[in-house]
Design a protein around this ligand. Structure first.
Ligand code: RM4
Ligand code: MN
Ligand code: MN
Length: 429
């Protein structure tokens, strides 16, 4: 299946370039009037990247059903090809975050080369002890890293250590650990002892971590456990990261909080104490944790990026959380959703750079609430579409990635090459 070429992208861009130029120049003048440097902002936008999830290019599902689309990826090599399309059109996703054992292969040098051939590299490796795999000796039905049985815990630890080994071969520098462990009944498990077991198990994984690696601990308030989850919130995650040591940090998955939780405040807290390791971007309204980024709450995403901009100003360039997308696409073409999400994440980030930080700090010190609010909101109210489009085009991407993707016929070609997948099976991803 042919990749989408630079020539094709340029040809699709051509008829719209004059209009784009006009829009970009108007925005550049507006930004300059506000004392901002549009060229610096374009360069800054071009430097931004977010990792695509290897598991996000296949159609996801709910607990009730999965409705696969045409041309579903058959294996990790197809997933890389699809991620390559997302990157070539948006120029925003140069890395892929793989998931094991889902993405297991015999030869990881070959996998790394395959990624390279699509212009991609690997970001954090994800372990999976929230499912049983075929042929697995012991079950995770009652937990993995926190299971009451030591032998199950050891199996889960060994899997994480293997993920680190795989990650080394892939050129990755981080391991993301999310467990589904918890309980469904009050009294089912000891809340105290389950957390102790988590600390012991993660310490064993931590010991296997190379010096220049990070271990990203991901919390989630509930699901699949519905009464208690062992790492349910940023407090538990922070306690564990603190207990483990400097290579352990917290990962904030936006969808893993109760609907009204102030996520941007969590971001500010974790950043302040050096424990903000990374993000899984997505959105959520009620209980689903994998809706497309900014599809429900673009303002919340903007506020998160405002806190990140603040942290960068305070901490300096050493502050570099890992940015990753974690979504499940049930009703859209996953490639389109990932492109749209990457663009929305880049938009929120670009908007957050427009805030007049000095004026905002002055208004905050003077307790001028409304001025502070207006200054903070100024970025969100600015349509930066031409700015992020300019960054994309300069990097070789498409002015309109979704239109260009549709015009390429990539999905139809994938459907011809990849046999149809049977519908009906349920599952979150
Ligand atoms: C979980 C969690 C993890 C992701 C899995 C697929 O809800 O967000 O990060 O690896 O889903
Ligand atoms: Mn996640
Ligand atoms: Mn999730």
């Amino acid at each position: 299946m042919a990749a989408i070429t630079a020539d094709f992208i340029a040809e699709q861009n051509r008829p719209h370039l004059a209009d784009h130029r006009e829009d970009f120049e108007a925005l550049a003048r507006k930004l300059a009037r506000r004392g901002l440097d549009p060229e610096a902002l374009v360069r800054d936008a071009m430097a931004f990247a977010v990792a695509a999830p290897s598991w996000g290019v296949g159609t996801g599902g709910t607990r009730f059903a999965r409705f696969p689309g045409p041309g579903e990826p058959r294996h990790v090599f197809d997933k890389l090809a699809d991620c390559g399309v997302v990157h070539s059109l948006t120029r925003l996703t140069p890395t892929v975050s793989p998931h094991f054992p889902w993405d297991k292969v015999k030869d990881y040098t070959e996998l790394r080369e395959a990624a390279k051939s699509h212009g991609l590299a690997f970001d954090a490796v994800n372990s999976n002890t929230f499912q049983d795999q075929a042929g697995q000796p012991l079950s995770y039905k009652f937990g993995s890293l926190t299971h009451t049985d030591k032998a199950v815990r050891e199996q889960a630890i060994a899997h994480n250590v293997e993920c680190v080994e795989i990650g080394r071969a892939l050129g990755s520098k981080a391991l993301t650990v999310w467990i589904g462990d918890g309980s469904n009944f009050a009294g089912q498990s000891s809340l105290a002892r389950a957390f102790d077991r988590y600390l012991d198990s993660t310490a064993a994984i931590y010991r296997a971590l190379p010096d220049d690696w990070r271990m990203l601990l991901e919390h989630k308030l509930y699901e699949p456990a519905f009464y208690s989850t062992v790492i349910s919130d940023w407090g538990s995650s922070y306690l564990a990261a603190q207990h483990l040591g400097p290579k352990a940090q917290c990962l904030v998955d936006l969808g893993h909080h109760a609907p009204t939780v102030n996520i941007e405040q969590i971001v500010a807290r974790l950043a302040r104490f050096g424990k903000l390791g990374g993000f899984h971007f997505n959105d959520s309204k009620y209980g689903d944790d994998d809706l497309d980024a900014a599809s429900v709450s673009p303002f919340r995403l903007y506020l998160v990026f405002h806190e990140l901009a603040e942290a960068r100003r305070t901490i300096g360039p050493s502050f570099s959380p890992a940015y990753m997308i974690d979504q499940s696409h049930n009703v859209t073409d996953p490639i389109e959703s990932l492109m749209q999400s990457a663009i929305e994440i880049a938009r929120a980030r670009a908007q957050a750079q427009l805030v007049d930080a000095e004026a905002l700090a002055a208004a905050q010190e003077a307790n001028d609430a409304l001025t502070a609010h207006r200054l903070l909101k100024a970025g969100f109210l600015t349509d930066v579409s031409p700015l992020i489009a300019e960054a994309r085009v300069r990097a070789g991407g498409a002015l309109d990635p979704i239109a260009t993707y549709r015009a390429s016929g990539y999905r139809a070609a994938a459907a011809r090459e990849r046999p149809a997948v049977a519908a009906g099976s349920a599952g979150i991803v």
